[in-house]
Design a protein around this ligand. Structure first.
Ligand SMILES: Nc1nc2c(ncn2[C@@H]2O[C@H](COP(=O)(O)OP(=O)(O)O)[C@@H](O)[C@H]2O)c(=O)[nH]1
Ligand SMILES: [Mg+2]
Length: 373
């Protein structure tokens, strides 16, 4: 159950475009028929035309059904995203409608071929072809809304965050403007992907870093784990439940400088709420914007920044650690940067321990070898 690559969802044409394509292909197939006998020729032509239209429609529709990710094979996180973005029921129903229409188009072409075999006069042959085209159009008309839905859904789904549920995932929570996105950017190798949650207009970052071939993913939570509980609707609650499912660790970022605009009291309340929303996910509280924290000794801070910078030259060097004397939390600064490597180290250790001691924390599709049988 690897993450769905939303960007790979194929484009869905309009009914008009689909029919135009199918009928013009069908016309060419009909024109290509050669037979000296007029009856034979017309029968073949009419059969080929409907056959070609039916085949091309059904193969396009089935290709969509195959290439659109199936809800049954998605991770819970992805299902929650689809539910919030476009609705799972309509998603399933629309793909089902494509499957149904594909089958109907094949049936119509088979019935037409059977009817033509018994005909000897030309006008009924043309009539049969026209009637088959009419039925195809009406079938396609019945799935028009479904195709429109899929086309719009594609635009929305392509912006969703991608999380691979087989790799560790770190959920970054905290009030708005505390520096969540900046933290993700500073921990990530390469530029974080910009994605969107269906519940907020604010963009979110999904980044990752790799250590000993394990990909640690970092996901932002604007509009989700950054505001008080009572404002959340049911869909957001489902998304939070899915985040808990996919998240191995929650990094809760505090901003003791309060420069983000949220008081420490409100941030602490939010921390308690996030802890209760993610009861199964271990929480690591970090103090961000270390460069602005007054309780930190300036000399000690300067030393940490120096050591952190030295790691660029010598990655094997000592990893500095600094804690806020007022809270005991690990301190980081995304802008300096400082404390980032210590946090990375702690994350790797923590997740390593969790995976060793609790094999059930392995992703859902990992096999635990059972030697008892
Ligand atoms: N001084 C300082 N500013 C920071 C730090 N991290 C983030 N910021 C600033 O805080 C603001 C909000 O950061 P952002 O990452 O967008 O916060 P988010 O809303 O939690 O994602 C931005 O103006 C950042 O430049 C930091 O470590 N030190
Ligand atoms: Mg942000």
């Amino acid at each position: 159950m690897v993450s769905v690559v939303w960007r790979n969802i194929p484009t869905v044409l309009t009914v008009e475009e689909l029919l135009d394509k199918a009928f013009s292909k069908a016309k060419k197939a009909g024109d290509a028929v050669v037979d000296k006998d007029r009856t034979f020729r017309t029968r073949k032509q009419m059969t080929r035309m409907v056959g070609s239209a039916g085949d091309s429609l059904s193969s396009t529709l089935l290709m969509w059904v195959r290439r659109w990710p199936s809800l049954d094979k998605m991770s819970r996180f992805d299902v929650a995203m689809v539910e919030a973005a476009v609705g799972c029921d309509y998603y399933r129903q629309s793909l089902g409608a494509c499957q149904w229409a594909a089958q109907k188009c094949v049936e119509i072409s088979q019935q037409n071929a059977k009817k033509l075999r018994r005909m000897v006069n030309l006008p009924p042959m043309h009539e049969s072809r026209r009637e088959a085209y009419g039925r195809i159009c009406s079938i396609m008309g019945r799935i028009e809304k479904n195709l429109d839905f899929l086309r719009d859904a594609r635009d929305t789904l392509r912006t969703l965050p991608m999380i691979d549920s087989t790799e560790p995932c770190l959920v970054v929570a905290g009030a708005p403007n505390v520096g969540k996105s900046a933290l993700i950017a500073s921990m990530s190798s390469g530029k974080p992907e910009i994605a969107a949650y269906p519940f907020t207009t604010r963009k979110l970052h999904v980044g990752h870093f790799v250590d000993r071939r394990i990909k640690y993913q970092l996901v932002d939570t604007p509009g989700l784990l950054d505001r008080p509980m009572e404002e959340r609707n049911q869909i957001e609650m489902q998304a939070i439940a899915a985040l808990e499912h996919v998240g191995d660790l929650c990094l809760f970022l505090m901003d003791p400088s309060e420069t983000g605009g949220t008081s420490l009291e409100v941030q602490t309340n939010l921390l308690n709420e996030v802890a209760s929303l993610l009861p199964q996910t271990p929480l690591v509280v970090i103090d961000g914007k270390g460069d602005l924290i007054e309780d930190i000794d300036a000399e000690e801070w300067a030393e940490v920044c120096k050591m952190e910078a030295a790691l660029n030259e010598d990655p094997e060097g000592p990893i500095p650690e600094i804690r806020n004397p007022a809270t005991g939390h690990l301190v980081i600064s995304a802008t300096e940067p400082a404390g980032i490597e210590r946090l990375r180290y702690e994350i790797i250790e923590r997740i390593g321990e969790m995976r060793e001691t609790d094999p059930l924390s392995l992703p859902e599709n990992w096999h635990i070898r059972d030697d008892s049988v």
